[in-house]
Ligand binder design. Structure first.
Ligand code: CTP
Ligand code: MG
Length: 162
């Protein structure tokens, strides 16, 4: 079997979503400090987003995503992918808090795909991947996310290995 077309197709799909990867990864390095929810508690008595969703994380995510977007010469589309990624990640944390999961506790699928879902939704104002690209994005993002998080853990950038 010739794998080359598959590898090309997977790379093409990852290339499309790449700004969102940068937007999701940067906060691990540059995040921290003032939390976006300012310690606010939701009506269920749990934190709105939790202390790990910070302004520095949000801004560094947007900047890192835009850097990739500019390198790819798609500033608007890439900005929407980055904005969607950081917002999708916040929605993911909001959902985790509502379920009673502590910050950092693993929630499979949501943890790996919240930012991609946000990115695709936001970018849909200007573009949509093909169905095949979408399937590849959904298939390859979770393992890539888990692997990069594990590396970040080994580098002591992250407290949890997931
Ligand atoms: N981060 C941040 N600001 C953000 C998003 C992320 O500072 N807006 C940083 C935090 O240090 C966070 C790390 O990036 O711990 C990894 O983000 P993520 O894995 O999404 O958060 P969790 O620590 O798992 O927290 P949660 O349970 O809320 O998802
Ligand atoms: Mg998350």
């Amino acid at each position: 079997m010739n794998l080359e077309p598959f590898i090309y197709e997977i790379w093409d799909s990852v290339y499309y979503i790449l700004p969102s990867y940068a937007a999701n990864a940067a906060p691990v390095i540059f995040g921290g400090g003032r939390p976006i929810d300012a310690g606010r508690i939701f009506r269920d008595g749990r934190p709105l987003l939790g202390p790990r969703k910070t302004y520095k994380g949000l801004v560094s995510g947007l900047l890192a995503g835009e850097l990739v977007a500019l390198a790819q010469r798609r500033p608007i589309e890439g900005f929407l992918l980055s904005l969607g990624a950081v917002l999708g990640d916040l929605v993911g944390s909001f959902i985790k808090r509502r379920l009673g999961w502590s910050p950092g506790a693993p929630l499979p699928i949501i943890d790996q795909l919240d930012f991609v879902a946000g990115a695709l939704l936001m970018a849909s104002f200007v573009s949509t991947p093909t169905t095949r690209q979408l399937i590849w994005i959904l298939l390859v993002t979770p393992p890539i996310h888990l692997l990069t998080n594990f590396i970040a853990y080994l580098l002591k950038l992250k407290k949890e290995p997931w």
